[in-house]
Write a protein of this length. Structure first.
Length: 250
């Protein structure tokens, strides 16, 4: 019953704020539409807690640097984005171009300054990522990226892509890794929700200056290691290394 009620709340809230956001996107600047999205994400967290029974415990906010930085997060659930946008100011995110196919979203993504890249990857996608990220960095915004480029099941991981390293190197910004076990409670895009307390944790920032191999190894190590610990804490099972799986199309 909780899942049914949350699904209703999800579509009612999403529809209402999508229309509201599209209207506010007609106004100059992005302040109004950003405020709408922030309110939407907070309402969704409220619905997750009080309707679906999923309470999100946020840890490590004191580790967030001042000014601009990059957030490199584990992606297990559609709920991940709500947590990030509700709690980080001046946030812009990297997303695939599939979202532009959803009615009303293309204009909203443009207004929000979202970094939209081709899902198929390749040279053009890397170029688009670099150009859009450079604009966001010049505006002093925080950039959210999911380095795996896919929704992973709790306990699984995809190959980490190097786009996050190129932004880290080119913009000379710290990277804040994020671990989570939210996928235990809201699994990827599934209808069924599972009540409980999920944890999302900001980890120690990675300072600028590392080379690619060292950076990628450190990022993946801390995100996957802490994610495995959070999963074990929630399930009461021993800590297990995450299972590497092939991304769709690989």
């Amino acid at each position: 019953m909780r899942s049914v009620l949350f699904e209703i709340a999800y579509w009612v809230l999403s529809g209402f704020y999508a229309i509201t956001g599209a209207l506010f996107a007609l106004l100059p600047g992005r302040g109004a539409v950003t405020a709408v999205i922030r309110l939407y994400t907070r309402r969704m967290l409220w619905a997750m807690h009080w309707i679906a029974g999923i309470k999100v415990e946020l840890k490590g906010r004191e580790r967030l640097p001042q000014g601009a930085f990059i957030v490199a997060a584990k992606h297990q659930s559609w709920g991940d984005g709500y947590v990030m946008f509700a709690n980080i100011d001046r946030l812009v995110f990297v997303t695939g171009d599939h979202l532009e196919k959803i009615p009303l979203l293309k204009g909203l993504l443009h207004k929000l300054g979202a970094i939209v890249v081709n899902n198929c990857g390749g040279l053009e996608a890397r170029k688009a990522l670099a150009e859009s990220a450079a604009i966001a960095n010049a505006e002093g915004r925080r950039i959210l990226i999911y380095p795996e480029g896919n929704l992973a099941k709790a306990g699984e991981r995809f190959r980490y892509r190097t786009g996050v390293f190129h932004m880290y190197r080119d913009f000379d910004l710290p990277v804040v890794p994020v671990a989570t076990n939210l996928g235990l409670f809201w699994r990827q895009q599934e209808f069924q929700k599972h009540a409980g307390t999920a944890t999302v944790e900001f980890l120690e920032p990675i300072p600028p200056g590392l080379d690619r191999n060292e950076f990628m190894a450190r990022l993946e190590g801390v995100v996957e290691g802490r994610t495995s610990e959070l999963i074990a804490m929630a399930t009461g099972e021993p800590v297990r290394e995450s299972l590497l799986v092939a991304a769709p199309g690989e």
